[in-house]
Structure formats: C-alpha cells, structure tokens
Design a protein around this ligand. Sequence first.
Ligand code: ADP
Ligand code: MG
Length: 323
Amino acid sequence: EQTCNKIAAGEVIERPFSVVKELMENSIDAEAKNISVYIEEGGQKSIKILDDGIGIHPDDIERAFLPHATSKIKEAEDIFKINTLGFRGEALASIASVSQTIMKSKREGFDYGKEICIEGGIKTYIKDIGFNTGTSIEVNNLFYNVPARQKFLKSSSRESALISDIVSRLALVNTNIAFKLESNGRKIINTFGNGNMKDVIRAIFGKEVVDNIWYFEGHSDIASVYGYVGNEAISRKSRNKQSIFVNKRYIKSSLITAAVENAFKSFLTVNKFPFFLLFLDVYPEFIDVNVHPTKSEIKFSDDRHIFKLVFNSVHKAISENLR
Ligand code: ADP
Ligand code: MG
C-alpha cells in the first residue's frame, strides 16, 4: 500500500507546482468563492491553501486520503467532457504519502469540523475542531521521505514562477472566484472574483496590457472562440504572454498560435510576438483524443476549420480597431 502510493505520487505529484494545481482544482470543485495560496521556498518548505467551498463531511475526511476512492474518469477522452477537474481520485493520497499534511475542513451546516494529520502516508491524529465552512490544507516538507525526488527539484524561484502561472491560469478561467497567492509572505496575485475578465487581466498582466488589448470573437457550427489580442505596444520578443484555453483547460497549440500570429502580422509588421489570451470552446468529438491527461498539447480533427475560425476572428477585430 505504502510503496504503491509513493509510486503513484511520482506520476501525479512531480513537484510543488503539481501539488498546488491539484489542491486548487479540489477547491474549485468544492465551489469555493475565495481561494488563497501561501507558499514558502517555492512550495518545497510549505504550501497552504485555504478555501471557502462546501467543505468535507466529518465522516469522509479520512476517506478523502485513500487512493482511487473517487475516480470519475474511464478514458482519456473523458477529460474534455467532465465538468469537475478532479478525475483520478488519488491526489490527496499521493500528496500525503510524500509530505507532512494537515487538513482542516468543515462541511456547510455542521457545527464542528475535523482536523487530520498525515505524515508519509500514515495518519498521526484526527480530531474535532471549530472551523469556518470550507477547507484548509497544509503540505509541509514535500518529498522529505523521497530523497531521489528531492534531488530533481528545480530552484525555488523557478518553482514559484510555475505556481504563479497556474494560479494565473485558473484565475483567468474562473473570473467569479477571488484568488490570492503569497510567496514567502509577499503578495503576488490578487483577483476579485467579480466576473469581470478585464479586471482579472489587469490583476495578472498589469495596466499597460489592459490598455492595449482588443477583444475578438467568432462562432462556427462546431466551435466558438473569444479573447483578447494585444497591439504592437505590448508585443514581445518571446511567446511568454500567450495563453490558450480549450474548453477551459490550458493547452498548447502551434496551430492556434500560428492562426493568431498570422492575423496579427497581416496588419502589424513588428518583428515580435503578440500578446493574446484565447478561449476556444469546441465540441469534444472534434478534439483528437490521443492526449494523455497530463500532456498539454492538443490536436483537432479538423485543423483547417479551427485555423480559419481563429484567424478570421482575430483578423476582423484588428481591422476594426485600426480603422
Ligand atoms: P479527486 O479530486 O480526483 O476526487 P482528490 O484526492 O484530489 O481526488 O480528493 C479526494 C476527495 O477529497 C475529493 O473527491 C473531495 O471529495 C475531497 N476534497 C478534497 N479537497 C477538497 C476541498 N478543498 N473541499 C472539499 N472537498 C475536498
Ligand atoms: Mg482532486
């Protein structure tokens, strides 16, 4: 059991960034309106996530740490169909097997909550506590019992940057949730959760970006696309300010990137890459399902269709704004 969990942990939980991702997705699944993330030393020393979601029933908190208790997925293709983010049912088990984890949670409507502590996969205590509705989870000394994994960890600033990226992406697709990220006590991200996309963009990319972007959208019988493309004032030498979300999942797509960049280059001749933020919603049957759940590159069954839809939408928006 113990060994089995540690192996599984290597797959799901590669690094502090993966812990933050899994835990934030749990908070989103729990319908939290506020999610706060606190990390120390790039998450290697500690990761704490606090949410005001529905919380865990006191009788279920121990079970939440058992692997495969909640598997909601049968095949890889399901990942673009299901609505909840959690699908393997082993994140908590994996995380707790390679760290010292303390979870506190109270279910809506209950007058007490539970606190459980698990070290290296072994429960050290569980007790009743008073707590606000919601969940907090603290993951300390990640991989303290897996020296081989510790050796592969990158620098803490690299890891903080990755964590900042994942918080940003989740904030962009969940504009109704207020996100906070603090790293070593310093505030990094703070969104309001008021549903306003431009407010989220301002909070994450800054005022200069928000003042230099144009909205685009387009629709076809199989897909809808919308988002923002930046003008030349904020184009960059690298592609690091480009984000694509397909059915709310962050992905990489050289096809979509090329479609936006080609539309951009037919007006603006700067030798740089445009800022863009693109949301594509497409019926799952038009997504090539040969993707592993952890891979972020995506393929479509009709590349030409998607390319034209994206190109035309961005082209139209730029031409209208330049007029
Ligand atoms: P999965 O998300 O795939 O179901 P996890 O191991 O990530 O598996 O979580 C196990 C279970 O613990 C979840 O299904 C959920 O019931 C519960 N849980 C975990 N985190 C939270 C949270 N922040 N709020 C409420 N319930 C949670
Ligand atoms: Mg989960």
